[in-house]
Design a protein around this ligand. Structure first.
Ligand code: FAD
Length: 117
């Protein structure tokens, strides 16, 4: 769980929320596993279900921002709403997956995304 499981926001580096949420999911799974139908493998499923989409989208956004700052700067000057979405995503008010969806519509940023779908 937490940092040990690599559960940190790839763009901002924040991990307190993920540490607490993954600890809650672990505790919940331990309690469930005490019943006949419960199993600890469920924890991995819950982690993937809760975090995979967001953290993998965040990782793509992070690579784009840190590897191609000039490209991103040029693009957000033309599309200020993207910068706003990025700040909101880093603050947890917006999703990285939603941001990524918007980013993929912008031809310039698509270049920096390489082979990602
Ligand atoms: C400088 C800095 C600033 C940060 N700022 C923010 C922020 O503003 N917001 C945010 O959300 N996140 C921030 N983070 C990230 C956040 O601190 C971590 O993501 C979060 O603390 C992870 O919690 P954790 O419980 O997984 O790990 P930790 O908080 O690292 O806890 C792990 C604990 O296990 C102990 N430990 C390790 N090995 C052993 C062992 N063998 N036996 C016993 N105990 C052991 C460690 O001493 C530690 O106390 C920051 C991180 C850093 C470094």
């Amino acid at each position: 769980m937490g940092d040990a499981a690599g559960l940190t926001d790839p763009f901002s580096g924040e991990g307190i929320y993920y540490a607490l949420k993954s600890a809650e999911l672990a505790a919940e799974t331990v309690i469930e596993s005490l019943s006949y139908t419960g199993r600890m493998e469920k924890y991995t499923e819950k982690i993937l279900e809760n975090f995979h989409k967001e953290l993998s989208s965040g990782a793509i956004i992070s690579k784009l921002v840190y590897n191609f700052p000039h490209l991103v700067h040029k693009t957000v000057r033309k599309n200020p709403e993207i910068a706003e979405m990025l700040f909101k995503a880093a603050g947890g008010e917006e999703s990285y997956s939603g941001l990524l969806k918007e980013v993929k519509k912008i031809p310039l940023l698509k270049l920096g995304l390489g082979h990602h779908k």
